[in-house]
Design a protein around this ligand. Structure first.
Ligand SMILES: *Cc1c(COP(=O)(O)O)cnc(C)c1O
Length: 463
């Protein structure tokens, strides 16, 4: 399998180079040159086996099939449920797909547990070592750290804003005691952290000396790993070409829902997708009104969806443009300058309207929905998941006569205050994290200053 850039001006690469590169060198995102079909899964008995089979065409010729199967087995053995991502029924025709049984209790574990192992394998083969740097306001940092904490060829440095993460989120990062894991509390905001990471990447000498790398949500390998659960869950539901499933996806960077779109493209029996937004509703405005206009990011109860520019949308746009990279690059440049993007009405009619519905759910709607689901099914859901189930209701999708699956992207105990406000109950952390708040933290306070952060990275990695 070869990979092409969505902006059409970067060299085609194989899987391993795409994995390590993240972004293409023309600023675009890598996409497979063609879409394979789904394999026959009749004799598959575990999630890890299904994962290896579904992803096989994407890594073929680059990673040995037995090695890949073992990486999948190891990655999904870290989940605390035999099904890895179990389905739970919450209504006559409604299910949750629980994606939070991994080490850090959010859906990002599904991809990052595998991606960390893929990095380590490819780097060992090449005799290379990288330093992953990233900024986090919460979920991504802990999932990335957990994904690479046992890797021999990866150091990771995660910046977070001092005093601005929740205790659970911070402790999930700072209590990991591995020599290759370094957390930095920056005396600044999340935007300051992001600016520092960007500045480190823009310093070519530093980037080369440290062999900097990233595992952000535009990395193809993350999108690829997320295709699998759309396939396994439709199979568990007995979905067929006539009895198709609707998925409701709490959406931020458009990564999760894009993976579903690819599963559908590969032949999974999926009718359509509901894109659920919180008050940061740029995607809902686009899908409903062909209006993609960036506004200021508003903090909400579902912080992992507080995003205005959904970077993975570029991959769908590339498809909508008939895989014309030049046209995609031009559109995105206009978007960057004007803050607004519109596509042709026939593109909406072909690519968007038949496949995507969308709804926005504000904070009051989220609290109301957490209570409703608890009262009607006894299930606690987190504020991200609540946007998904609320969107199903507001669009009436639960009355379509098809199974509707909402992706439950975080464990309710990760957001205890919102759940308490809605239900009067504070859901407990699962047993393996019950003592999290009492564990010893290892972290480093560093000034909001590029030179200071770079010095820290250099010393940390030189250990
Ligand atoms: C990252 C995240 C999302 C958003 O997923 P995207 O792939 O960015 O659309 C939703 N919910 C939770 C809990 C997350 O961590």
């Amino acid at each position: 399998m070869r990979y092409v850039s969505t902006r059409g001006a970067a060299p085609e690469l194989g899987f391993c180079d795409v994995l390590l590169a993240g972004l293409a060198n023309d600023g675009g995102l890598y996409m497979p040159a063609e879409w394979p079909s789904l394999p026959d899964l009749t004799h598959v008995t575990s999630y890890a086996e299904a994962a290896a089979a579904v992803m096989a065409p994407f890594v073929a010729g680059e990673i040995d099939a037995d090695v890949f199967a073992q990486l999948c087995t190891d990655a999904y053995a870290t989940f605390r449920h035999d099904a890895v991502v179990p389905l739970v029924q919450i209504g006559a025709n409604e299910w949750l797909l629980e994606q939070f049984h991994g080490p850090t209790l959010a859906f990002k574990d599904v991809a990052l547990q595998l991606v960390g192992r893929l990095f380590d394998h490819v780097l060992a083969q090449r005799g290379q070592r990288v330093t992953i740097v990233g900024a986090t306001s919460g979920d991504t940092g802990s999932a990335a750290i957990d994904g690479v904490k046992s890797c021999s060829n990866v150091d990771i440095v995660i910046l977070y804003p001092q005093g601005r993460t929740s205790d659970v989120q911070r402790k999930q990062m700072t209590t990991v005691d591995s020599p290759n894991v370094h957390t930095v509390a920056v005396e600044g905001t999340f935007d300051d952290c992001q600016d520092l990471v960007k500045a480190m990447f823009n310093d070519a000498a530093f980037r080369e000396r440290m062999n900097l790398s990233a595992v952000n949500s535009i990395n193809w390998a993350r999108v690829m790993a997320q295709i699998v659960y759309y396939v396994t869950s439709t199979r568990s539901l007995g979905a067929t070409a006539i009895n198709q499933t609707t998925f409701s996806v709490p959406t931020g960077n458009f990564g999760n829902v894009l993976s579903g779109w690819i599963a559908r493209k590969m032949g999974a029996p999926i009718a359509d997708f509901i894109v659920a937004s919180n008050s940061n509703d740029i995607l809902t405005r686009f899908i409903n009104d062909n209006d993609m206009t960036a506004r200021d990011v508003m903090p909400t109860l579902s912080p992992s969806m507080d995003i205005q520019v959904s970077s993975n949308f570029e991959r769908l746009l590339f498809e909508m443009n008939g895989r014309d990279g030049g046209m995609t690059a031009e559109q995105l440049q206009r978007f960057r300058h004007s803050g607004s993007l519109k596509v042709e009405p026939d593109q909406m009619a072909t690519w968007i309207s038949p496949v995507f519905r969308a709804a926005k759910v504000d904070d009051a709607g989220i609290v109301h929905e957490i209570r409703r689901v608890y009262e009607s099914s006894g299930q606690f859901i987190d504020p991200h998941t609540a946007t998904g189930t609320a969107a199903v209701r507001s669009l009436g999708a639960h009355l379509d006569g098809r199974p509707v699956v909402t992706l439950a992207t975080a464990h309710p105990a990760k957001f205890p205050d919102a759940v308490f406000a809605a239900t009067g109950v504070r859901p407990p952390l699962p047993a393996h994290l019950a003592d999290l708040l009492d564990r010893t933290e290892h972290t480093n306070l560093v000034a909001n200053d590029l030179a200071a952060v770079q010095t820290f990275v250099e010393r940390a990695v030189a250990r």
